[in-house]
Design a protein around this ligand. Structure first.
Ligand code: COA
Ligand code: AMP
Length: 641
């Protein structure tokens, strides 16, 4: 049911009495045991939602719809130009496969509370595996396929999965990426060893199976179907790892109950989608956006989701997203600004878009990184529909700022702004002392506790880090790590991270982690990694390194070594391609590297030298070095005008 309320009234009600507001939303779902209590605190003092409720997310996503007239409706449309495949699964078909696969998982010992890591591209079998884990009360953790074995190994050791489900490989443009050898390498590096690896064999890249440990995905699908197990609302549905400010990723936990309530609400209020309508989210199931709006949100709402295996360009061309919209009757499309920039670069006049009938599209939603106004305006003019930039994080799992097109009296979206606080979020901009700042003043973006349902209740195995990283800095608030401001009319602008996290093509990376890798090179004395502006990807990391005394390695040879190390340790997705050797790094007198000043220098931004700088002359040296290597917006020879 679509909430027939004004935005202002809905937002106010959600803050005035969060428990009553969300309990009413919760009662719109088919619980096994409906909750009587909305909000409580656990032994750590952390907020928990719907503690005494029981439900199962897989049941809500599949069984419920099959039982209520949607058995023959398409649930999932798989469209893969890279493998030249298109397949549609009805709700009944998806349920059948999921229930069987859950039976197969149970037969190999996966049960309630067990972790299962998934390392697959955007294929239907990945969704089936996610839903099958949910069905058993097992906890899945999808790891993005672009991560290298050491990153996968860290996640294996943290999650300690009973099984890993992987594809034999994926397809990047026309290049085959074998995944199975990466999984084998990760397992050999990890201390914890999963009992089984379930392999989805793809005909273009068959993988060798290790007898005893490895199983064929199709064999598990032969099992008898099993029913959904009711689980406590607070039971984890999944863990999704995201970059923190160190080399150790954070395992964001999502629970069954709050997640289902929040996503169902968002599908109606934010995206204005009715059951039976089609959404296409151009992301990857390894990111929060994909998990929430390729998989769970659409299925919870009884919508049809388009699962796309490919890229916005060159698979086969920059019209591929528009073909999906036209051919699959897409009402709402969601992607990252990088994807739109990539399309715009290859088809600036929108010639390909005009080949398709896009009249069915109602809205384009963007998130994952700041959307520059030029990209925003281009998309809006091309598509002739409202473009909604909205802001969220892996931690929240659903938007915190948006234009809620399903509510009445919503102020229209504006280029550069991520909109207004979503119901449930008491968003504040704070100064360094934790005091709210006046309109127009930039500060730290924070949310007053309690966070609404759907947001992470803690980090996997690390309550202390949850408290220290997010809650302790400003008691009573969740600190997002982003900076921004609110204007006099209430529009909020997210301006970027205030910590050591950068955003590369909508992917979140830790500069601290890259620095750890560079610093491990025998020739490197010290280093700084900056996220500098990039026309396509928003930001890309660049290393500035100082050599140890007596080191004679050439700059290009060192760059090659370091680029290879980052690729090997983190993965190609880091897009780490440039290294600058400097004589010294700019520092404060107390020895802190002035990373922000370096980044501003590379981006050609005006900046004031901190009064605490040790030696201001270093800035001129580095400016000369950047120019010499053509690194940075201010110095690149092919810099766009
Ligand atoms: N598996 C294996 N490798 C992967 C991968 C995956 N799932 N995803 C990316 N990579 C590799 C790429 O092949 C590339 O490798 P290369 O350096 O050997 O060429 C590298 O990681 C960088 O990838 P990417 O930044 O994606 O560059 P690209 O040239 O392949 O594509 C875009 C550029 C803009 C088309 C692409 O970044 C894109 O579609 N962005 C949309 C962003 C998005 O969906 N974000 C999700 C958050 S909402
Ligand atoms: P992730 O957890 O990978 O989804 O990344 C979350 C981060 O991406 C946020 O902390 C922001 O820095 C950035 N981000 C996401 N959406 C937006 C947006 N609409 N505008 C600006 N930044 C965004």
């Amino acid at each position: 049911m679509k909430p027939a309320c004004s935005y202002a009234a809905t937002h106010a009600a959600s803050l005035a009495d969060p428990a009553a507001f969300w309990l009413a939303q919760a009662h719109l779902l088919p619980w096994h045991t409906p909750p009587t209590e909305a909000l409580s605190r656990d032994a750590n003092g952390f907020y928990r939602w719907f503690r005494d409720g029981e439900l199962n997310t897989c049941y809500l996503c599949l069984d419920y719809h099959v039982q209520h007239g949607r058995a023959d409706q398409p649930a999932l449309i798989y469209d893969s130009p890279v493998t030249n495949t298109r397949r549609t699964y009805t709700y009944a078909e998806l349920l059948d496969r999921t229930a069987r696969f859950a039976g197969g998982l149970r037969a190999i010992g996966v049960g309630f509370g067990d972790r299962v890591i998934l390392y697959l591209p955007n294929v239907p079998e990945a969704l089936i595996a996610m839903l099958a884990c949910a069905r058993l009360g097992a906890i899945h953790s999808v790891v993005f396929g672009g991560f290298a074995p050491p990153e996968l190994a860290v996640r294996i050791d943290d999650a300690q999965p009973r099984a890993i489900i992987c594809a034999s490989g994926g397809m990047e443009f026309d290049r085959v990426i074998p995944y199975k050898p990466l999984v084998d390498e990760a397992i050999s590096k990890a201390i914890f060893k999963p009992a089984h690896v379930v392999v989805l064999q793809r005909d273009f890249v068959p993988a060798a199976l290790q007898p005893g440990r490895d199983l064929d995905y199709q064999d598990l699908l032969q099992a008898a179907p099993v029913p959904a197990v009711p689980v406590p609302a607070t039971h984890p549905l999944y863990i999704l790892y995201t970059s923190g400010t160190t080399g150790r990723p954070k395992g964001v936990v999502r629970d069954h109950g709050g997640h289902a309530v929040a996503l169902r609400f968002s599908m109606a209020a934010i995206y204005n989608l009715e059951p039976g309508e089609v959404i296409f989210t151009g992301s990857d199931i390894g990111w929060a956006v994909g998990s929430s709006y390729i998989v769970y949100g659409p299925l919870l709402r009884g919508c049809t989701t388009v699962l796309f295996e490919g890229k916005p360009v060159r698979t086969p061309d920059a019209g591929t997203f528009w073909r999906l919209v036209a051919q699959h009757n897409v009402r709402v499309m969601f992607t990252a600004p990088t994807a739109i920039r990539a399309i715009k670069k290859e088809d600036p006049e929108g010639v390909l878009a005009r080949q398709y009938d896009l009249r069915g599209l109602r809205h384009l939603f963007l998130a994952g990184e700041r959307c520059d106004p030029a990209t925003y305006d281009w998309a809006r003019e091309l598509l002739g529909v409202p473009v909604v930039d909205h802001w969220w994080q892996t931690e929240s799992g659903w938007p915190m700022l948006a234009t809620l097109v399903g509510l009445d009296d919503m102020p229209a979206p504006r280029a550069g702004s991520a909109g207004h606080p979503v119901p449930g979020y008491d968003l504040q901009i704070l100064d360094e002392a934790g005091q709210p700042v006046p309109a127009g003043t930039t500060g730290l973006v924070a949310v007053r506790l309690p966070l609404p349902p759907g947001c992470f209740p803690t980090l996997w195995n690390d309550d202390a880090r949850f408290r220290e990283a997010y809650l302790a800095p400003y008691p009573g608030y969740y600190l997002s790590g982003d900076g921004g401001y609110r204007d006099a009319e209430g529009y909020t602008y997210i301006m970027g991270r205030v910590d050591d996290v950068i955003n590369v093509a909508g992917h979140r990376l830790s500069t601290g982690e890259i620095e750890e890798i560079l610093a491990a090179h025998p020739a490197v004395a010290e280093c700084a990694v900056l996220g500098i502006a990039d026309e396509l990807r928003g930001q890309v990391p660049v290393g500035v390194v100082v050599l140890k005394d007596g080191q004679t390695i050439g700059e290009e040879a060192l760059e090659k070594d370091l680029v290879a190390s980052v690729r090997h340790r983190i993965g190609a997705l880091a897009c780490f391609r440039r290294v600058l050797v400097a004589q010294r790094l700019p520092k404060t007198r107390s020895g802190k590297i002035l990373r922000k000043t370096l980044r501003q220098l590379a981006d050609g931004e005006a900046f004031t030298l901190p009064s605490t700088i040790d030696d201001p002359l270093i800035i001129d040296e580095i400016r000369g070095d950047l120019q010499r290597r053509g690194i940075g917006r201010a110095f690149a020879p092919d810099q766009p005008t």
